[in-house]
Design a protein around this ligand. Sequence first.
Ligand SMILES: Nc1ncnc2c1ncn2[C@@H]1O[C@H](COP(=O)(O)OP(=O)(O)OP(=O)(O)O)[C@@H](O)[C@H]1O
Length: 275
Amino acid sequence: MLDHMNPAETTGGRDGAHPAAPGGDPGQVDREETVRLRAVRRLYGTAAHTVRALDGVTASFHAGTLTAIMGPSGSGKSTLLHCAAGLDRPTGGTVAIDGTDLGSLSENGLTLLRRERVGFVFQAFNLVSALTAEQNVALPLRLAGRAAPSGLVRAALAEVGLADRAGHRPSGLSGGEQQRVAIARALITRPAVVFADEPTGQLDTRVSRQILGMLRGLVDDRGQTMIMVTHDPVTASYADRVLFLADGRVVDELTGTVTAEIVAARMAVLEAAPC
Ligand SMILES: Nc1ncnc2c1ncn2[C@@H]1O[C@H](COP(=O)(O)OP(=O)(O)OP(=O)(O)O)[C@@H](O)[C@H]1O
């Protein structure tokens, strides 16, 4: 079962766990670059009143890394996640997942890419209440018209420590157990990237740490690429890298030693800045 401690909480940081994103030709897709955003803009509103939710975001998310996205309320975190995951189309710029330019895809093509190459973990778990844990985990495969062998699905549940809960419906599971089912569901298609939106927002401290340890384990043991949005510095301390947004732009970045204290200090500066 995947269950890792956070080195940042015990030894003072994930020093040098992963290299920082290399530079290089911005037009070239790096094979290790699982998700790539270039000059992404997302405008809302009318010509008379425009909200720049994203205002020229360029960022690379490398294979086998966990990145946390932080920033004050309204800074563009959710918009970034939606654009990077192909849930929303940017007003300008490009997004690529696994070398595929999302802008080149039809709506149908985008749906297929999300189904096959992207996993999602949400704050509210978003399980289907009428289905058992096993049926929920099998769902992405069934939606993709693929076989969902019981052995495969049960192995996915065992990996998140729920081998004995396969027949339970969400109402018969704790919040932490529901999130484990959601993680197994996100992974069942072996996606290129998993996007997590406040994955521990509804869980208590102890269970949150278990879930974050599990997500960390997926990155370390499987090389899973993961991007998570969070308000919580402790959650962000499980990441290899933290990107800080303000007013729709990436304004700061932490790599190497990512502790909750350092993250909180950076956030305090951003939250104190005049709008
Ligand atoms: N559908 C929309 N229509 C108009 N404005 C929007 C829409 N969605 C987001 N915005 C605006 O875009 C900006 C960025 O919003 P976003 O939700 O991405 O921020 P956030 O950092 O996720 O905020 P929070 O931490 O409060 O969830 C905000 O000013 C928000 O009001």
